[in-house]
Design a protein around this ligand. Structure first.
Ligand SMILES: Nc1ncnc2c1ncn2[C@@H]1O[C@H](COP(=O)(O)OP(=O)(O)O)[C@@H](O)[C@H]1O
Ligand SMILES: [Mg+2]
Length: 273
C-alpha cells in the first residue's frame, strides 16, 4: 500500500506539475491578484510569503477552485483551466460542463487550512478515511490501510482511535495533513498551517511538512516561517499588493533580496516588535 506521492506521468516537458499564467482576480473594484504567473516543478516545495492582505490565500484558493479567478490559465498535471471561459450563466450558476471541469481541476490538489475543521464526532482514522470512501468511493478496508500508513507518517499511529478533542492542536493539524494526503492530490496546498498553533507545537508540524517535501510531494505553502522556507523551499514567491515582487531560490529571495519591498517585509517579519 503506497502513501507516496502520486506519480507525475502527466507532467509536461520541463518537469512542471503546475503552470500559472496571468492570473487576475478582483473583489468588487479591488484587484487582489494582478497578473500572477509562476510554475511549480514536480516534487518541489514553493513557499509563498508576503504581508497580510497581499493575495497569498487567494492564490492558493484559485489553485483549488475555491475562488474563481477572473482570468488567467492554470494547468495542474494534465488538466488546464482557462478562467476567462468560466462564467456563470443566467441565474449565476455555472454551466454543467464548467462545473465538471472545475471539479476535476479541484481534485488535483488538496488543501490544509490554518485550522483543521476535523469532524468532532469521528475518530482520527475515520476523519482520514471519510474523503476517500465517501467522495472517491474507495473500498473501506483499503482506505483504512492507507489512512493508517499516512497517520504513521505524520507521527500519529498511537492516536488513530482517538477523537479530535483528545489531541493537541499540533496533532489535530497533522490529522488535517493526513486527511488532505488521503485524497491522493498531485499538489498539496498549505495556508499558514502553523499560524493558529501554540509556539511549542509548531516544530512538529513543520517537521512533518519537511518530511513530505523530502518524499517528493509537490507542495505550495503560505507561511511566515522564514527559517522553514529557507530550509525546505525550492522556490520562494514574495507577494505584495497582488503581484509577485520577487521569486527564486530562498537563498536569493530571503537571503539576498533585490527589491526594497522584500527587504522591508523581511525586516518586519524577522524583528517583530
Ligand atoms: N471573498 C472576498 N471578498 C472581498 N475581499 C476579499 C475576499 N477574499 C479576500 N479579499 C481581500 O483580498 C485581499 C487579499 O486577501 P488574501 O488573499 O486573503 O490575502 P493574504 O492571504 O495574503 O492575507 C485582502 O484585501 C482581502 O481583504
Ligand atoms: Mg491568508
Amino acid at each position: 500500500m503506497s502513501t507516496t506521492p502520486a506519480t507525475t506521468d502527466t507532467t509536461a516537458a520541463g518537469g512542471h506539475l503546475v503552470d500559472v499564467e496571468h492570473l487576475r482576480k478582483s473583489f468588487g473594484d479591488h484587484e487582489v491578484l494582478r497578473d500572477i504567473s509562476f510554475e511549480i516543478r514536480s516534487g518541489s516545495a514553493t513557499c509563498i510569503i508576503g504581508p497580510s492582505g497581499s493575495g497569498k490565500t487567494t492564490i492558493l484558493r484559485s489553485l483549488n477552485a475555491l475562488e474563481i479567478p477572473d482570468s488567467g490559465v492554470v494547468r495542474i498535471g494534465d488538466l488546464t483551466v482557462d478562467f476567462a471561459g468560466i462564467t456563470p450563466g443566467r441565474g449565476g450558476r455555472l454551466p454543467r460542463a464548467q462545473r465538471e471541469q472545475l471539479a476535476a481541476y479541484r481534485a488535483q490538489s488538496g488543501m490544509v487550512f490554518q485550522s483543521h475543521n476535523l469532524f468532532p464526532h469521528k475518530t482520527v482514522l475515520e476523519n482520514v478515511t471519510e474523503g476517500p470512501v465517501i467522495v472517491q468511493g474507495e473500498n473501506a478496508a483499503e482506505a483504512a490501510g492507507r489512512a493508517r500508513d499516512l497517520l504513521d507518517q505524520v507521527g500519529l499511529s498511537a492516536h488513530v482511535d482517538k477523537y479530535p478533542h483528545q489531541l493537541s492542536g499540533g496533532q489535530q493539524q497533522r490529522v488535517g495533513i493526513a486527511r488532505a494526503l488521503a485524497l491522493r492530490p498531485k499538489l498539496v496546498l498549505f495556508d499558514e498551517p502553523t499560524s493558529a498553533l501554540d509556539p511549542e507545537l509548531v516544530g512538529d508540524v513543520l517537521g512533518v511538512m519537511k518530511d513530505l517535501a523530502a518524499q517528493g510531494w509537490t507542495m505550495a505553502i503560505v507561511t511566515h516561517e522564514l527559517r522553514f522556507a529557507q530550509q525546505v523551499a525550492d522556490q520562494v514567491l514574495f507577494i505584495d499588493g497582488g503581484v509577485i515582487v520577487e521569486q527564486g531560490d530562498p537563498r536569493q529571495v530571503i537571503g539576498d533580496p533585490q527589491h526594497e519591498r522584500t527587504r522591508t517585509f523581511l525586516r518586519r517579519v524577522m524583528e517583530p516588535i
